[in-house]
Structure formats: C-alpha cells, structure tokens
Design a protein around this ligand. Structure first.
Ligand code: F6R
Length: 592
C-alpha cells in the first residue's frame, strides 16, 4: 500500500509535498516522512502515525526538489525508523517506495556481506542501499540496473544529492503518475496529486522509468531505450470537497447515499452503458472483488442469477487468482473495486483476461488500473470516498448491479420493466429515515465484545457487509451466518445476552428467518430484528423490532445496509474511536 509523492519547482517543496501526501493518506497512515534536497544535502524528517504528526515536526525545509511517503506497514513495525524516505548509508540517495520487494531478504544479506549496514527492518531500504553500491555513472541507468535486481512490486521515486533538479521514477505493478508544467514537476501514486497543477499527465506502465527535471520528462524502457509516451488529459478527477460541517467523512458519506443513488440513476438513464453488456454469447458470469466490493459482488450475483437465470458466481479476488478458474471467451467477468487499484483484484482481472473473458469494471475511479484494463466500465458514481470503511460506494455498487440485472432481465425475457423508478423511490425513502432506533442501539452495543448477524439469501449478504462494517470501525468481534445454518455451529456461541441482528426483507423467507431468531432467543440470545414487515407481535425484552420503510423487496438491501453503516458509525463514536481511520487498515490495498 503506501502513497508516494515527488516535486520539483520553485514553490516551497515541504508545503507542496505535504499537501499532496495528505491526499494519499487513504493508502495508509502508519507513518510518514519527507526528504528535500538543499545545498547538495538530503534533509529527511519522519514521524510515526498519521501525516498530522509529521506536519508538526517539519520546519520549513524548502529545496528545489523532494519526495514524501505515507506508509501502511508491510515489513517492520510502524515506527519512525521504518518510516520512508530511506537513505543509503553514504547519504547519497533517498527513496520512497510503494509495493513489496519480495527478494529483499537475499539482497539484504548480500549487501550486509559487503559491509553495508541497515537502519530499518523494511524491504524498501535495500533499494536505497543498492543504488549507492551500483557503479553506473549514469544515474537513470543505475536506477534501471537496480530495478533489474528487484522481484515484486514497486513504484519508486529516487533522489540523488548530486542531481538536485532530478527525480528518478520506476514502476512495476504499483501505480505512478507524473506531470510537468512551467518548470514544475508533480509525481504521485494517484493523479489526484497532480490535479489543479498540470493540464496533462503521464501514467507509467510496468517496466517504464522516467528521469524528471524541471526542463523535461524523459521516459525509458527497461532496456534503457528512450520511449515516447502519450499524455492523458487531466479530467474527471474528483478530490474530496472537505468535511464541511461533518465531524467525520464516514457520516458525510452515509448521508450522501440518497443523492448518490439519484446520480447513479441520472447517469445510467442518460447513457446506454448497461445496454453495452451483451450476454448473447455468454454462458456464465463471474464477479470478483475484495472486502466490501466482494460483498457488493455477492449481492450482484444474487440479483443476476435470480433475475436473468444465468450461471453467476462471485469470488474473493485473492482466492480466485490462485484457484485455476474455468474461464473462456464465453465468460463475462465483472471486477468490482471502489478504488480500482486493489492488487488482488487487478491480478484476478489479468488472469481472466488472459483466458479470453470479456472484462467489465464496476469502479468508482474511472482512470484507475481496473478501469483501464477493462472492455466496459460501469461507473459507480459515488464521488470521492475518503473514510476507510466503504459505505456510499457499496450502496451505489449494489444499485448498479440491481439495474444491470433488471436491464439484462428485460433483454433476455423481452420485458420492459422500469427499474430506475424503484431506485428513485428508495432514495426518497432513505432521506426520511432518522435512525433514532439505531442511535439508541449503539448506546448498548458499545459495551459488547461480540455480535452476530443473520439473514437469508440477499439478507445474508447484507449480514456479511453489516458485520464487516461493525468489526472494521468498532473492533467488536462480529460474524455473519446464513439464518438456516445456525444449528451447524453458531448456536454453540449463544449465551445470555448475546446480541443477534436479524435482517428479514424477503417475504417468502421471513418465517424461516424468524425461526432461526427464536432458536437463538431460546438459548439466551437478544434479537434485534430489522424488517419492513410487521413484527410488532413478537416484541419482548429479548426481541427488539426496528421497522424499516416498506419498499419493493428487490431494492431493500440497498436501504437496509444504511442502518448498519449508521449503527457501526455511531457505535464507533460512542467508543471514542476515529471511524475514518480504523487501526491497521488502509482504504486502498495496493499490495497482495
Ligand atoms: C471495507 C473496505 C474494504 C474494501 C476493499 C476493496 O469497508 O473498504 O474492504 O472494500 O479493500 O477495495 P476496492 O473496492 O477499492 O477494491
């Protein structure tokens, strides 16, 4: 994971670097650091924790050029020593790295045998040390030589103290973007770092390098040949508009859901994107994603199989990529990713593509790697999502899946059912909910060590996502179970006052789901039943009923998840935690 930035120019490099680094804090906030070239010296500052900690300790260190890093720890604890930038022992080089150097162990051993001493436990430090050990006088070529020894993934920005106007860039499997305008160079892991600074930018491909100076950008391939690259116009890049009056991004993003759903409808109504998905020659659909995006895919597979009657399965990307899946040119493969940069999802996509599948991206970031590699892009239209826990993007993703399934159903069965109207009604209903019941519930949930979520079919998928949200930002140990599976282990966990959240939005399955709840209650469980159906008659000390608005059953999952997003948020606040930055997590998982 990690985010890296670089700058050459006349402005105060410390300010520019920190400003751009903050835009990348979604990639990790274990530690951060900055290195600036000044009077042929490399000045480095580092701190553990989030960028605000670094900001407090960085006095003005302006020089012509600099690099900075925000870290999500892979190798070595999140300490100041392990923070980037890493420098070579002779202080000639400083580097920032995003990725994992898989062969760092053997490289490090070799360097130690040459009397090089290391000051961190990271894999990345080997790059800085190798740069000072290599002999090539041409420093760009030296970077290329060093990269030839690395196995793994990397986006690297390197500086050498003797070339104060130059950044050396390298890219392999981790994103890296560079732009130049009027003698200023901006580099970053995400084009948002270039937004407002340049009109066009360059996206480095795997195995490409760049020597960047205030005069020009020169690109190289791994054979050290100069290559021509086309620039990309910097557009469609939204960066967050700030917190406004909200205390946290997560709350802001949950409250944005109704307007996001309206936007989704508007975008899909005005375009014919869904019509582009042709399944006439397709015999199965696979959906792949990680975390919340995987749950969105699970919901998508429920919609598609039920409504379109085609074989559709959903897979966790990290499992899928190593499972030797059966895929051919009759497979339609949909990759779900808010960021479009999740490493496992990208590798799974590459695998499906290599086997001939038609690739669809369902992503919130239209310039992302997943989007670039796909045949068709289904935009999520959620706008920038800053809080680490995904909320509005999930709601928008399952809405797109619902609309896709309905559109395909219309095509396959020659129907003409309107589905946009259902989402519009849903958006209006969501705006009216005050979540008072949920607020009360969060006050008692705050002291719980564990919680369970049960549901059937689509409600089971909601249970999985609700459980993930709760554990991510409250650290309460929660799990989800299909409500028909309780006798196969789950009931052994029920004690007096164990909290069980029951979700029941499908009429046909209501009685069956209730049976599971009653079985839990009989063993001491306390049930919180979320449903649009009238369950008042069951209310008791151990059966609390939270009534949800009564909408078309098919869209209820889009509504019901909002209750659990809000419940997790309010419980996190009640516990005095920061819901936007849960411990040990990062928003974009760019390493395997
Ligand atoms: C959970 C969450 C993560 C992401 C996962 C995939 O709230 O945000 O589980 O869903 O890391 O990220 P994307 O969707 O960017 O591929």
């Amino acid at each position: 994971m990690c985010g890296i930035v670089g700058y050459i120019g006349r402005m105060r490099s410390d300010e520019i670097l920190l400003k751009n680094l903050k835009k990348l804090e979604y990639r990790g906030y274990d530690s951060s650091g900055i290195a600036v070239l000044k009077n042929n010296e490399i000045i480095v500052r580092k701190e553990s924790g989030c960028i605000a900690n670094l900001e407090k300790t960085v006095e003005e260190i302006y020089g012509s050029c600099g690099i900075a890093h925000t870290r999500w720890a892979t190798h070595g604890k999140p300490t100041k020593e392990n923070a980037h930038p890493h420098t070579s022992s002779d202080n000639e080089w400083a580097i920032v790295h995003n990725g994992i150097i898989e062969n760092y162990g053997e490289l490090k051993e070799d360097l130690i045998s040459k009397n090089i001493s290391f000051s961190s436990e990271t894999d990345s430090e080997v790059v800085a040390q190798l740069l000072s050990v290599e002999k090539n006088e041409n420093l760009m070529e030296r970077v290329i030589d060093v990269c030839g020894k690395l196995v793994g993934s990397y986006a690297l920005i390197c500086v050498n103290k003797n070339t104060p106007n130059t950044l050396y860039l390298a890219k392999q499997k981790s994103p890296l973007y560079v732009g130049i305008k009027s003698g200023e160079v901006f580099v970053g892991s995400d084009p948002i770092c270039l937004s407002g600074m340049v009109d066009n930018y360059y996206s480095l491909e795997d195995g490409e390098f760049c020597q960047a100076s205030s005069e020009k950008l020169v690109f190289f391939d791994s054979y050290k040949n100069i290559i021509n690259k086309a620039s990309v116009k910097l557009e469609n890049i939204n960066y967050n508009s700030g917190l406004g009056d909200y205390p946290h991004y997560m709350l802001k993003e949950i409250e944005e859901v109704p307007s996001v759903l309206r936007r989704v409808v508007d975008v899909y109504k005005q375009s014919n994107i869904l019509d582009k998905i042709d399944i006439s020659n397709v015999n199965k659909i696979i959906i792949v994603g990680c975390g919340t995006a995987y749950h969105a895919g699970l919901m998508g597979s429920k919609y598609i199989e039920r409504l379109v009657r085609i074989d559709c399965s959903c897979h966790v990307a990290s499992e899928f990529r190593y499972s030797d899946p059966i895929i051919d040119d009759k497979t339609l493969a949909i990759f779900v990713s808010q960021s479009g940069e999740t490493a496992d999802t990208i590798s799974a996509l590459d695998l499906a593509k290599s086997k001939g599948a038609k690739i669809v991206a369902l992503t919130n970031v239209l310039y992302s790697t997943v989007a670039k590699k796909s045949d068709i892009i289904l935009p999520v239209c959620a706008g920038p999502e800053i809080a680490v826990a995904s909320t509005k993007a999930y709601s928008a993703q399952i809405t797109v899946f619902y609309m896709l399934a309905k559109c395909l159903q219309n095509k396959v069965f020659s129907k003409n059912v309107d589905y946009f109207g259902e989402v519009e009604k849903l958006s209006d209903a969501l705006k009216q909910i005050d979540f008072e019941d949920v607020r009360e519930l969060s006050k008692v949930l705050v002291d719980k060590k564990e919680a369970f979520f049960i549901g059937r079919n689509r409600d089971y998928v909601t249970s999985e996502e609700a459980s993930l949200k709760l554990k991510e930002i409250t650290y309460i140990n929660s799990s989800a179970y299909p409500a028909g599976e309780l006798k196969h282990g789950f009931l052994a966990l029920i004690e007096n006052d164990t909290y069980v959240f029951m979700i029941a939005t499908e009429k046909d399955l209501l009685e069956k789901t209730l049976n599971g709840a009653f079985e839990s209650m009989a063993r001491g469980g306390k049930i919180f039943a979320f449903s649009q159906f009238d369950l008042k008659k069951y209310e008791s000390e151990n059966f609390k009923y939270i009534k949800m608005p009564n909408l078309n059953e098919e869209v209820m999952p889009i509504l019901s998840i909002s209750y659990f997003q809000m419940l997790s948020y309010l419980t996190s606040i009640a516990k005095g935690l920061n819901p936007d930055k849960p411990r040990n997590l990062a928003k974009s998982v760019t390493v395997e």
